[in-house]
Design a binder for this molecule. Sequence first.
Ligand code: TLP
Length: 369
Amino acid sequence: MPDTKQGAGSGAWGAESDQQTDMNWIDLRSDTVTHPTPEMRQAMAQAEVGDDVFGDDPTVLRLEKLAAERMAMPAAVFVASGTMGNLAAVLSHCQRGDEIILGDKSHTYLYEAGGVSALGGVHTRAIPNQADGTLRLEDIQAAIRADDEHFPISRLIVLENTHNSSGGAVLTPDYMDSVSAIAKEHGLKLHLDGARIFNASAVLRVPVSALAESVDSVTFCLSKGLCAPVGSVLCGAEEFIQRARRARKQLGGGMRQAGILAAAGIVALDKMVDLLSEDHARARRLAEGLQALPAISLEQDPPPSNMVYLKLDPKAGITTSDIIQRLGKDGIKLIARDEYRMRLVVHYWIDEAAIDRVIQGFARATVAS
Ligand code: TLP
């Protein structure tokens, strides 16, 4: 698939780079698999750099300024990953022995290697994530500790938008406001894991700042649907971001000529955000095609954003490993959640023809069972 997509850049350099960005494979394991666009590679090659730990990499400073503006927050710090952004946020909001309230299906609780506890001495209080990715307000209220020496100190609430394990569900600004009101009432801070906050903003058709308005800090990822090769940004108040810079240094995330990476992040913010709704439309088309197959049902119908969570009917006698093996032969990469459940993530490098190929692949694989 030669790269002719809008926003991906063209011209002599772009044409030469086709080989590097040519995607003959179809990879639906995640949107983390996205490669940088030719325009990003060009910006990276030409990036002006300095030593970012000394605070003098102009491209990193430009990215941080742009990110803070987009979120309508005073300051921002470029970090290596979403995991590092969330961890630096928790370390900057909390002391050892403090407690954070978060969803039992949140990325921070499930998939960040327990970093907040291992490295921050922070206790986690997990409460049930609802099917729509929210935490019930009454569950949050009930989880806030009384002032008693037996208890850890409730310090922070963490939300996630879009909510990965809830099928890419989208939290609304109203919901965020309600949680923020509870946090304020009890003197807690509110952090948003906004790894895919731009997807949420595209679904709701609201500026991304409307989703960050009521939180104290937000992490968002450049390296998922926005296609940058590396990096996330943590945004918040000036003094909070100063603490987060120290946390980043402690975590070994003080990078030097990181402008090479930040340059791709700037292209991501300038050029890729408006394309996310195309991924969402393709995810819906993929879901429709798969749902029409007798062995398959959807966990979220229609898919809320760029993820399709599906279930195989155990009676059909086919498992996710069978599917992975059979579609692998067609050059389609997939990943299972368990024996019968899968997540397919649509992203910039998945075009209409790829959607057709995947639906056909599933049709063959499930009929053959
Ligand atoms: N999620 C990855 C895997 O780790 C599961 C994926 O494929 O979806 N917050 C959210 C909501 C995420 O989905 C992820 C990555 C992160 C944070 C961490 O980002 P990175 O991978 O940059 O550390």
